[in-house]
Write a protein that binds this ligand. Structure first.
Ligand SMILES: [Zn+2]
Length: 601
C-alpha cells in the first residue's frame, strides 16, 4: 500500500517536473564575465547573463562550502552590490536567506545579474585578488541558478592590466585562453582558475598533458620537477590502472611560508614556500603534497564515499569515510614516493615513525573513534580549539596508520601477491567505472576483505569504530620490523603543558589531558611567571633534578591576577617510537618487506 501511494506521488512529481520550466534548462545559456576594475583593492566583478529562461521565478545561490574542505565557509559573506536587470531595467532581487537571491522572471527570457566579490583570503580553497594576480576559487565566486546544476556555462575573463595568462582545467573555447567552458556546475565548482603572469611549464606522463602553473616565484628547478612529478603521475596511475584525465593542471601558490593543497577533478591547488625547493626535506615535502593531491583525482574525486557527490552546496555533507578519502591518501603520499624510488626506505620508515608518535602522543586518540572524527570534521577538525588534541584524532594521521596496517595485512595474507593497491583499483573499477556511484561504509569494507581474504569485523570494531590502540607491532612484524618506545624507561617529570613566547612572556597554549597541569589546574592562557619563586625560563631545564611525585609551586598571571598553584609533577608519558628491523628477518618477512617498500634487488 505504501509503495503504491509512493509511486503515485512520484508520478505526480515527475509529471510536474517534466512540465515545469526548470526542465527547460537545456535551453538555458549562462555567460559569466569576470573583470577586475579594482584588483588592487581585492575585488572580482561578476556579470552573469542567463538567457533562454521560461519560468516565473529564479533563485540564485552561492555555495556555502567548497568540496574537499569540510567547513561551511559562508561564501555569500563576500558578495556585495548585487543587482539584477532585464531589458535594460533594474528588477528586484531580494535575498530570501543567507545565500539565495530571488527574482521574479515572469515574461522574461533573459536577465543580467551583477555583483562584486571581495577576494582577500589566502588559502588554496578561497579566492584572492590583488594587482599581481587573481586566484578564483570558483565555488565561492559564481552564483548558480537553483535546480540547474546540470547547466553548462561559459566563463569570460577580462584580465587586469598586465595579466597575460589563464590557468585552469576548464577547456578553452576556440583556443581563446580567456574564454572557458564548463559542462555543468559540479565541474565549474571543481575547477579553480588562476589569472596573472604565472610561470607555466608542462610535461607528459601516463598519457596525460600536465601543466604546472607557478605563481609567486620560487627557487624551483623546472627540469627536476618535471621528472619527479612525471614519476609520481606514472606511479599513481599504475595503482588504479588508468588515468581518466587528458589534461591536468597544478596551480602552485608560492609564498614566503605556505603549505596545504586542495584536490579537484582535473587540477589541484598547492601551497608552497618559495625558497624551500632547494632544501632536501622541503623539496620532499612538496613532492609528498603533489603525490597527495594528485592521488585524490582517483581517491575522493572519482572513487568516493557515497554522500560526496553529487554535492549539496547548501549544507554539510556528512560521511564517516574521510579516514579512507584522506587517511588512505595521506598513506599513499609517501608510499608513492617510495615506490617511485624518490624517497629512500630509511626516510620512509622515519615518516612512519613520525606518524606513530603523533597518534600515540595525542590524548584525543583515546576519546574519538576514527569514523566519528570523519563525521564531525565540519565542527571539530575544521574548527580546532585549545582542547582539540585532548578530544580528537586526525583522520589523516590515524587513517594513514590504519591504511598501513591493512596494506601489511593484505601483503602478508597473500604472500606478497596483493596489496592495498589492488583494493583501490578494484573499488575504482567497481564503483566509479561500473556502478557509477560512491561506495557505502560496508562496500569499502567488503573490498578490503576480498583482498585480505578474511573478515574484518573485529578490525573495524577496534580501529575504525572503537578506541583500541593500534597494534603496530603485529603488522610491522609481517615485514620484519618493530616499533619500540625509546622513552619507555625514562622517569623525567613533566608539567604536561605546551607554551608560546610573546614579548618575552611565556603563555600556556595547551594543557595535556591527564598531565600534572591538567590535574592541578594550570589553564590555557595563563602567563607562567615563576616556579618555586624562580622567574620562569625554560620549563624543562627548571625541572632538572626533580622527579615525578615532587611538589612545586607554579606562579601564574591569570586575567591579570597573580595565582600560585601547588603542582605535583607527573612522569613525562610522551612516547618516542622508532621503527627498526627485527633480528633474523625470515624469507617470508623479506617477501612482505620488498612488496611493501617497493625494494628492488
Ligand atoms: Zn587530502
Amino acid at each position: 500500500m505504501k509503495t503504491i501511494k509512493l509511486t503515485a506521488f512520484l508520478f505526480v512529481i515527475l509529471f510536474f517536473m517534466n512540465s515545469s520550466p526548470t526542465n527547460a534548462a537545456g535551453a538555458v545559456k549562462i555567460l559569466y564575465t569576470v573583470t577586475f576594475p579594482e584588483a588592487q583593492a581585492h575585488y572580482a566583478d561578476i556579470e552573469m547573463n542567463i538567457s533562454g529562461l521560461d519560468q516565473n521565478t529564479l533563485d540564485l545561490k552561492m555555495p556555502v562550502w567548497t568540496p574537499g574542505s569540510y567547513l561551511v565557509r559562508e561564501f555569500a559573506k563576500n558578495v556585495e552590490s548585487f543587482s539584477a536587470a532585464a531589458n535594460n531595467k533594474t528588477i528586484p532581487s531580494p535575498k530570501i536567506n543567507k545565500n539565495t537571491w530571488h527574482i521574479n522572471t515572469a515574461g522574461l527570457s533573459s536577465v543580467t545579474i551583477k555583483y562584486r566579490v571581495y577576494c582577500f583570503e589566502i588559502s588554496v580553497r578561497t579566492s584572492f585578488v590583488d594587482a599581481s594576480h587573481g586566484f578564483l576559487s570558483t565555488s565561492g565566486l559564481f552564483i548558480y541558478p537553483d535546480k540547474m546544476l546540470n547547466t553548462p556555462s561559459t566563463i569570460k575573463i577580462i584580465p587586469y592590466k598586465g595579466w597575460t595568462t589563464v590557468s585552469t582545467s576548464l577547456d578553452a573555447v576556440n583556443g581563446d585562453q580567456f574564454i572557458r567552458h564548463s559542462p555543468n556546475f559540479d565541474i565549474l565548482f571543481d575547477s579553480p582558475i588562476e589569472v596573472g603572469t604565472q610561470d607555466v611549464f608542462g610535461f607528459d606522463a601516463a598519457g596525460v598533458k600536465y601543466e604546472v602553473c607557478m605563481v609567486g616565484g620560487g627557487n624551483y628547478d623546472k627540469e627536476q620537477l618535471k621528472k619527479d612529478m612525471a614519476k609520481i603521475a606514472e606511479q599513481e596511475t599504475a595503482v588504479f590502472g588508468e588515468n581518466p584525465n587528458k589534461h591536468y593542471v597544478f596551480i602552485v601558490h608560492n609564498r614566503q611560508r605556505n603549505g596545504g593543497g586542495l584536490e579537484h577533478l582535473s587540477s589541484t591547488t598547492l601551497g608552497a614556500s618559495r625558497d624551500n625547493y632547494s632544501n632536501a626535506s622541503g623539496y620532499r615535502n612538496f613532492l609528498s603534497l603533489v603525490a597527495h593531491e594528485h592521488f585524490h583525482l582517483w581517491n575522493v574525486k572519482r572513487l568516493r564515499p557515497i554522500v560526496l557527490g553529487p554535492f549539496d552546496y547548501d549544507n554539510e555533507n556528512y560521511t564517516t569515510d574521510l579516514w579512507i578519502a584522506e587517511g588512505f591518501t595521506a598513506y599513499y603520499q609517501n608510499l608513492i614516493l617510495r615506490h617511485a624510488q624518490i624517497m629512500d626506505p630509511e626516510t620512509y620508515l622515519s615518516a612512519i615513525t613520525g606518524e606513530i608518535n603523533i597518534i600515540e602522543n595525542q590524548p584525543g586518540a583515546k576519546i574519538q573513534p576514527l569514523a566519528e572524527a570523519s563525521f564531525d570534521a565540519w565542527i571539530k577538525s575544521y574548527r580546532p580549539n585549545e582542547n582539540s588534541s585532548n578530544t580528537g584524532i586526525s583522520y589523516y594521521d590515524k587513517g594513514a596508520a590504519v591504511a598501513m596496517l591493512l596494506d601489511l595485512e593484505i601483503i602478508n595474507d597473500t604472500k606478497g601477491k596483493n596489496s592495498l593497491d589492488d583494493v583501490m583499483k578494484y573499488m575504482y573499477d567497481t564503483y566509479y567505472k561500473q556502478k557509477k556511484r560512491g561506495y557505502t561504509d560496508e562496500e569499502f569494507k567488503q573490498g578490503l576483505e576480498k583482498f585480505a581474504g578474511k573478515n574484518l569485523d573485529e578490525f573495524y570494531k577496534n580501529y575504525v569504530y572503537g578506541l583500541t590502540p593500534l597494534d603496530y607491532n603485529k603488522y610491522l612484524a609481517y615485514a620484519g620490523y618493530k616499533a619500540t618506545d625509546d622513552a619507555a624507561n625514562s622517569n623525567d617529570p613533566s608539567l604536561g603543558i605546551a607554551t608560546t613566547e610573546s614579548n618575552g612572556k611565556k603563555f600556556v597554549t595547551v594543557v595535556q589531558r591527564g598531565g600534572a597541569g591538567w590535574v592541578d589546574g594550570i589553564n590555557v592562557n595563563d602567563e607562567l611567571v615563576a616556579i618555586d619563586g624562580t622567574p620562569i625560563t625554560d620549563v624543562a631545564t627548571m625541572l632538572n633534578g626533580k622527579k615525578p611525585g615532587d611538589q612545586i609551586s607554579v606562579s601564574v598571571l591569570r586575567d591579570g591576577l597573580a595565582v600560585a598553584l601547588p603542582v605535583t609533577l607527573l612522569r613525562n608519558n610522551r612516547f618516542k617510537y622508532k621503527v627498526d628491523s627485527l633480528p633474523g628477518v625470515t624469507p617470508g618477512q623479506m617477501v612482505v618487506r620488498k612488496k611493501w617498500l617497493g625494494l628492488v634487488d
